[in-house]
Design a protein around this ligand. Sequence first.
Ligand SMILES: [Zn+2]
Length: 241
Amino acid sequence: MPAAPPTQLVVSTHFDDAVLSLSHLLQTAGPRATVVTVCAGAPPIGQPVSEWDADAGFADGREAARLRSLEDIRACAVTGARRVLLRHLDEPYRARPLAARAVRTAIERLLGPRDVLWMPAAIGDHPDHMDVRAALLPLAARLPPARLRVYADLPYAGRHRRRLPPAVAHALPGLRGRDTLLSAEAFERKLEAVRCHASQIAPLTATATPELLAAGGVLARERVWRRSPWQIPAEASSCRE
Ligand SMILES: [Zn+2]
């Protein structure tokens, strides 16, 4: 019997990062992708609501976490990806950086011997994304090159010309990037999943990135780096390069 295809294990710092940044993969992989959300925990009862959650219309961080988990279920139903939640808190709700060893150990346990790890480059210096990157770089450096991908964090990467951060280039020498420009059809499918994360998309479009969902905008181009040669033809058959 032929071996089962490897799982594409996508580490998503927050609930929305995977669908914002890696739609071309999720559309192609379907159930062969697993999205692991790191900051999927709910803050303790009584902790004041964060500014981000308040801007999203929540009076309580626990309610925000509960609703976002439901949004994630809907988004994963659109893409077909399996979901795994790690119960770490968003940066405003914790007193110290993410527990790097705990994050890395959890991902190592989930990563099968042939699976491919997709980790964020942490472009834009969001503290949670940087903590996840720092936790995973030692694991990434040990993986065979063919089993590692680093992805540009959208929409933040759009404001930084999708440049690979020096911390990543230093830890993982030899990375080569490639952009996938989503076709109109693939972009529409991406938006279907992105819109499931309504509680986070609303404040993004209201303030920092009003053109977030525009056709041909920042979400239409996804960048990924790998240390082994890119294969021809493109891996993402639904997208054009
Ligand atoms: Zn994020």
